[in-house]
Design a protein around this ligand. Sequence first.
Ligand code: GLU
Length: 514
Amino acid sequence: MEKPRVRFAPSPTGALHIGGVRTALYNYLLAKRFNGTFILRIEDTDQTRYVPGAEKYIIDSLEWLGLSIDEGPGQGGEYGPYRQSERKALYGKYAQQLIDNGHAYYAFDTPDELDKRREEEKEKGKHSFKYDAGMRMSMRNSLSLPAAEVEQLLSSEAPYAIRLKIPTDEVVLINDIVRGEVRFQSNELDDKIILKGDGMPTYHLANIVDDHLMKISHVIRGEEWLPSTAHHILLYRALGWEETMPVFAHLPLILKPNGKGKLSKRDGDKLGIPVFPLSWEGATEEESFKGFREFGFLPQAALNFLAFLGWNPGTEQEMFSLTELCEAFSLEKIGKAGARFDIDKAKWFNQQYIIAQNNATLAEMVRPMIAAKGFSPNTAFLQTFCGMMKERVTLLPDFWTAGYYFFSNELEYDAKTVRKKWKPENKAFFAEIKQLLASLDPFEAANIKTTIVGHMEANELGFGDVLPIVRVAVSGTVKGPDIFEIMELLGREEIQVRLAKGFATFDEMKAPSA
Ligand code: GLU
């Protein structure tokens, strides 16, 4: 394949939904697969929907995922500027060209007139008003009005929009890489506005002009844009650019976890799952949400998960680094069917990536979280902690929730175990254990174990009588990594404190029912 030039073309209207991120990823993968160029183009022609901060959010999201941009607002490039609002002057001449060659016309209908007409049509039982071939001659435009009136309107600077004149009785054929041949009947299409009264192009015109000028080879975007593609093909044709028209690939929908309908922000709120890459800075409380990053997903896991939302390598392999994805990716392996958003799969990926990290890297990821809780362990401690816990966590915050006792000795004791296992008659035995450990040197897992097990056997007690109690005294819970290793890491002094406090508390806990 020739080096592809692909673009991710978001509109800065808010946070980037996970579907948008997947679009960015697939574009990036195709570009990198064939040594091409990944372009970020900001489609901000609709000033009414512009949200400050959205562009930065998009860029931050791509950066977090490691999807580096080759050309874009920040990077520059030969085909810039890459913000459509900064290209405004460019589009008018193409709209004019379309008027001149009869593929577009001036429409003078005011918003009020359009509303009125919509109402009238509704009264006649026609609920979907379309400004189309059937309707245009009864509207106020340069096709329906006498030439002199059109001249007069234009010279009096009456407001107008420019509309694309859709040809009648044509079949528009889209050869989509994902969906195959898709046909649209031109009579079904409306005469879309391509240039608005304020001189700004609409999405349709700007998108086509820029794809052409930026020499885009492949348009990879969500399925919701498929119907617009018919208009786009007609625009390419009308502008005489059919020969260099990009190839289209429309990505399948991302479905709710239960497979019923499209995944929405509401699903994220309702189910407590991330549907955005990052949280949105400056959002009101109502708008705020947590993204993959805040949930504690590693970017590698989020990427791997996203890659599989609609694409499949055709082999058993599931774990793919970004580099491996770039090597394995192909548009032909994208499926048509909607892809179910299975958050458990995302968590599974995350778990695998956490396990695969080395302890030093993990320690630095976990450090801010531990610091936020008020603890500042040394690096060696933190690394050992990460090594001991990494097989037991799924998301980064689990390091704290499942392993807080490595830092804090304000423990929440597992009452059930205490009730079942703490026997006042063994009190003396546990006091002896504490005593033996007080002078143990070196204080290491192997001899801590020998000491405890030796004393246990000498007193004819079983593992079940002793270890759960020691564990709960040290960590509050019976779950966790090897208890002797935990004890070594916490150190002799701390263990003395914990055993003393634990055994005393167990006695109290047991007291009411004793
Ligand atoms: N600006 C459109 C969007 O927000 C771009 C669609 C396309 O890729 O053509 O998704």
